[in-house]
Design a protein around this ligand. Sequence first.
Ligand code: NDP
Ligand code: GDR
Length: 354
Amino acid sequence: MSKRALITGITGQDGSYLAELLLSKGYQVHGMVRRSSEEKFERISHLRDRLTLHQGDLLDQFSIASILTQVEPDEVYNLAAQSFVPTSWSQPVLTGEFTALGVTKMLEAIRHTMPKTRFYQASSSEMFGKVREVPQNEHTPFYPRSPYGVAKCYGHFIAVNYRESFGIFAVSGILFNHESPRRGLEFVTRKVSHAVARIKLGLQDKLAMGNLEAKRDWGFAGDYVEAIWLMMQADTPEDYVIATGETHTVQDLLEVAFARVDLDWKKHVFVDSSFVRPAEVELLIGDATKARQKLGGGSRAADRRRDQNAAEAGLDAETKIPAIDRDDGRRRSGAAHEGVGLAARKISLSRAFS
Ligand code: NDP
Ligand code: GDR
């Protein structure tokens, strides 16, 4: 019989890639989605007839328990969160409720209804914050620098605690930044790729940015969901860092993205203090040795070649400059700015596994 998985946050970047991966492995895939006045299921629209969606919310314990008893999942992937770091300063309480307490609500529902269900918690390199060592691994102490990072530390430790207290198969993936053409437009890679395409098309001239010196270890979301799945198949529940082991500044990203369309970033970019954060995570670079050794790499080399080919294909499309989202900011043909997005992705060609 096929396995059943429940994904919270299925409408997000990672949720959509994970749903694809699990469907390709023959899973029955269920997703928890929030009710809104207008459905925003763009990232999963191509999968819609193969998914079962259930209305629920991380804030609503009963909706979670009811979905669990309906679905009886073998695996729960808890990806839902308020995931944008700047918003965590303007809405710290809500961020804590979703991103921290929401995890306890999920775990309590599992403990009382489906204690054998495996549970994945989407932890984050933001927990390392003001880093205590370089590179960061599973033993590096946390020092979060935003309400989001603090909330993720709570989510991480409550997952560890339910594993140790109640024997729940709870794993926590400490994932470093991972990007894709499906990334939300407010995150730095998509913000840059989107603006570069618009500047190239003459639709805008300037790009306001925050801290250009911050360093990130950027990987590709499609690879990282595979690591998530592998963690959930292990014999014992453990925590893993997933990262490329390379770090680049935001300025590197600007240079690469503008250069791909023969533009000089210095002519278009200016620093706007409103995008500078109250406290910054200056340097992230992950050490994924444990994941490489314990989870294995499988077909990563082939995947890397495939991804590079895809990146080149995207770039070709971008140089032809098809119509992009001129009116409503949504991806439609999208090829132009997705191409630049893929260019940005290419600054980090090494993968979580080699
Ligand atoms: P996104 O912001 O793209 O997606 C977040 C998802 O959470 C959306 O589906 C959103 O639904 C859902 N959600 C938010 N609040 C609630 C709620 N109260 N109830 C139910 N669903 C809710 O994030 P990513 O896909 O990029 O990230 C997935 C997870 O991984 C997040 O937990 C993030 O913090 C974590 N993470 C991400 C990393 C990255 O680089 N991408 C790195 C490390 C960790 P809706 O569509 O309705 O808004
Ligand atoms: P991050 O991602 O905060 O690392 O969190 P983001 O892309 O927002 O920022 C990365 C770095 O770029 C700097 N930066 C800017 N960022 C944005 N968004 N907009 C700007 O104009 C800008 N200028 C400079 C930021 O200061 C930062 O240093 C992401 C999210 O997916 C989290 O949910 C996840 O946990 C972490 O990655 C790992």
